[in-house]
Design a protein around this ligand. Structure first.
Ligand SMILES: Nc1ncnc2c1ncn2[C@@H]1O[C@H](COP(=O)(O)OP(=O)(O)O)[C@@H](O)[C@H]1O
Ligand SMILES: [Mg+2]
Length: 306
């Protein structure tokens, strides 16, 4: 779905919600009806970042049939054109979304009528997160420059990749493929995308073509957040190259967003960082990332005034 942007990262605290809210603010500032959805099931806090401390409705109202349409859970934010589906009132067990409810949620999200929909996903590699990621080919991955965060984002991207492969096969077929990969390439090969794809190419050429087409159509992006002055500014490029080498996945490095204490200040004051601190380096970088992602040809100048 061209207008859906899932935003994820392997690790909590990397800035997924901050980047989601900032991109939402930028997209809305372009005059596009923009919806941000809190899908960090069980740890929702996006509402606070978009200036809605006490949302009256939640994503779970739809799953629990309190309302009939997902659209009925949308609340306004203080920003023109920016809307929110919050997770603030979700029940404690929402993280363990049963399969039928997940399918219901996925279908409902695809039917929503907004120019831009940003999904704030939870950390980790649960099937829920992976399936929300695969709703669209526009996934945006967030990591900090710390090795732990990079390791987790790499694991997440690999999990999304494997999850997409899994869609093509039954449980027993997939098991057979794993065994085949181990036999051909040795212990641990079932965990290596390139080995699995070689086996699929030989045993299931049609699925292989379908997967290749899909992987080629992905427009995955990587953003490095909380970059400090002494960090390597081209780290993102290196990570993308490694992913391309091992998964054959083209992933675009979309930019760095510097660490700035004002982010903390803005969050504590419950105001939009971009509005309160528009002249900081970090705000400029966020706008540059926004331009890269939304590419509103001919209207790029407007982003500078959000
Ligand atoms: N660019 C940044 N500069 C400084 N602090 C940041 C930046 N991005 C995020 N943070 C801090 O990290 C915390 C976690 O961000 P958040 O978006 O909630 O992470 P996630 O959603 O990935 O768990 C924020 O509360 C904020 O204090
Ligand atoms: Mg979050």
């Amino acid at each position: 779905m061209a207008h859906i942007w899932p935003i994820g990262g392997g690790k909590g605290g990397s800035g997924k919600s901050f980047i989601t809210s900032s991109l939402g603010r930028l997209s809305a500032g372009l005059g596009r009806r923009t919806l941000v959805i809190d899908l960090d099931l069980g740890a929702a806090n996006l509402h606070t970042l978009v200036g809605v401390p006490y949302p009256s409705k939640s994503f779970s109202d739809f799953l629990q049939k309190k309302v009939t349409r997902l659209d009925d859970t949308v609340v306004e934010t203080p920003f023109e054109n920016l809307f929110l589906i919050s997770g603030a009132q979700d029940p404690f067990d929402i993280a363990n979304l049963p399969y039928e409810q997940k399918i219901k949620a996925l279908r409902a999200i695809m039917r929503l009528d907004y120019a831009c929909i940003l999904l704030d996903l939870g950390a980790g590699t649960s099937f829920n997160t992976l399936d929300f990621f695969l709703l669209s080919q526009n996934g945006i991955f967030i990591t900090t420059p710390e090795p732990t965060s990079i390791e987790n984002v790499y694991r997440l991207i690999r999990s999304v990749y494997f999850r997409r492969i899994r869609y093509c096969f039954s449980v027993s077929q997939f098991k057979a493929l794993e065994e085949e990969a181990i036999e051909q390439f040795g212990e641990g090969a079932f965990n290596k995308p390139e080995c699995m794809m070689k086996v699929i190419e030989r045993d299931h050429p049609e699925s292989y073509r379908e997967l290749q087409n899909d992987f080629n159509a992905f427009r995955f992006r990587l953003v490095i957040n909380q970059l400090h002055k002494r960090d390597n500014a081209v780290l993102g490029l290196h990570i993308c190259r490694i992913i391309e080498k091992h998964m054959g996945l083209g992933i675009e490095f979309t930019g760095n967003v510097s660490y700035d204490d004002h982010v903390h200040d803005a969050i504590c004051q419950q105001v939009s960082f971009l509005d309160r601190y528009p002249y900081t380096k970090t705000a400029g970088e966020l706008r540059a990332v926004g331009r890269q992602i939304f590419q509103p040809a001919g209207r790029q100048l407007m982003l500078q005034y959000v």
